[in-house]
Ligand binder design. Structure first.
Ligand SMILES: [Zn+2]
Ligand SMILES: [Zn+2]
Length: 230
């Protein structure tokens, strides 16, 4: 196999020689052309390497931030509020807040993990953004100030009727374009992030009473389209 830098794959600004590639000391499996590349790759490579500490949900959050994707890891969604962000807008604002924190202000995942463990995540996020000039704080921080319950209540179970309310709201706000009535598909709010057993909240307006079969749900934008024909 051709040796290449695990981060820039040879496309860094400067030429490097294969002979100069240094092997990752953790796993001895991948190579880097420079310490910059090794550092930049760590947010991803930590999952394939042998890190000196256990991987935590802040690591999953950081990877999602750098991929510009909503986290999918269930415990991460619980720990950092994504399970309590119901609309696509709330989810994307929350991701935007963490992008500011991790990618722009460069707070390391292990610091964020420490904040959460000590129960000071909300306070520390505020303190961090207040330290930088107001004009550089962007739009996500003001949104967060008005919605801090999403993070402060993260990980706490949702009352059943709250979920139903949100389900009804979602039903109105999310067009059923991807569901197929001919195949008796309905859209349901899937709550795998809140409930490790994969519990679903059925949208009551459909009037369908068949049991939810975990196996045949298809994930779509964080929600599920469920085939109820059987
Ligand atoms: Zn490189
Ligand atoms: Zn490694």
């Amino acid at each position: 196999m051709v040796k290449t830098c695990n981060f820039c794959r040879g496309h860094s600004d400067y030429y490097y020689d294969e002979a100069q590639l240094k092997r990752c000391a953790g796993c001895q499996k991948v190579y880097y052309c420079s310490t910059q590349c090794q550092k930049a790759d760590w947010v991803y490579h930590i999952f394939d390497c042998k890190p000196s500490r256990p991987i935590n949900t802040a690591d999953h959050l950081a990877r999602a931030v750098f991929e510009n994707l909503l986290p999918e890891h269930p415990q991460t969604c619980d720990d950092y509020g994504f399970s309590r962000a119901f609309t696509a807008e709330e989810k994307s604002n929350l991701l935007g807040l963490y992008i500011g924190l991790i990618k722009v202000i460069k707070i390391p995942p292990k610091t964020i993990h420490g904040w959460r463990i000590r129960g000071v995540l909300v306070d520390e996020i505020k303190a961090t953004f207040y330290k930088i000039p107001e004009r550089t704080r962007g739009g996500y921080f003001p949104w967060f100030l008005q919605n801090e319950h999403i993070i402060s209540l993260a990980g706490q179970p949702l009352p059943e009727d709250t979920m139903h309310n949100h389900a009804d709201e979602m039903m109105r706000s999310w067009p059923l374009s991807s569901a197929n009535p001919a195949r008796k598909e309905i859209v349901i709010i899937c709550m795998p992030f809140s409930y490790p057993n994969g519990a679903h909240t059925r949208i009551s307006t459909s009037g369908l009473t068949s049991d939810l079969h975990r196996a045949d749900h298809r994930k779509k934008n964080g929600y599920c389209v469920l085939n109820t024909s059987n």
